[in-house]
Design a protein around this ligand. Structure first.
Ligand SMILES: [Zn+2]
Ligand SMILES: [Zn+2]
Length: 107
């Protein structure tokens, strides 16, 4: 676990959904940030499902989750809160897609 490994198809799909949400802070095009899972030490990588979308600036810029984590979390919520929000948004999108496909009579 926690070794860098190639993402599976499902993981890649999830990552692209996360990125497509746009930055949680400013809605600009985003990269995915892997949050640090509770209970794992520094430097351990979380799974591809524990990711949140952040733009370049909010990800690794001057005021970013990597450079000013405490201030960043104080302002925008903790990584884990942002993860919940991210997963919720993806869920909503999928529900909307399912509904749309259902109405088209397609799977
Ligand atoms: Zn941003
Ligand atoms: Zn990151």
């Amino acid at each position: 676990m926690a070794k860098k490994k190639v993402a599976t198809k499902g993981e890649r799909e999830h990552l692209s959904k996360v990125a497509s949400l746009g930055c949680l802070v400013c809605q600009r095009p985003a990269n995915v940030h892997h949050i640090r899972p509770i209970g794992l030490g520094m430097g351990m990588r979380s799974s591809h499902y524990q990711t949140i979308p952040l733009c370049r600036e909010h990800h690794q810029g001057q005021f970013s989750i990597h450079n000013c984590k405490q201030e960043f979390e104080a302002m925008y919520g903790t990584e884990h809160e942002m993860l919940q929000k991210t997963l919720k948004e993806i869920e909503n999108i999928e529900e909307a897609n399912n509904f749309f496909n259902y109405n088209k009579g397609e799977k």
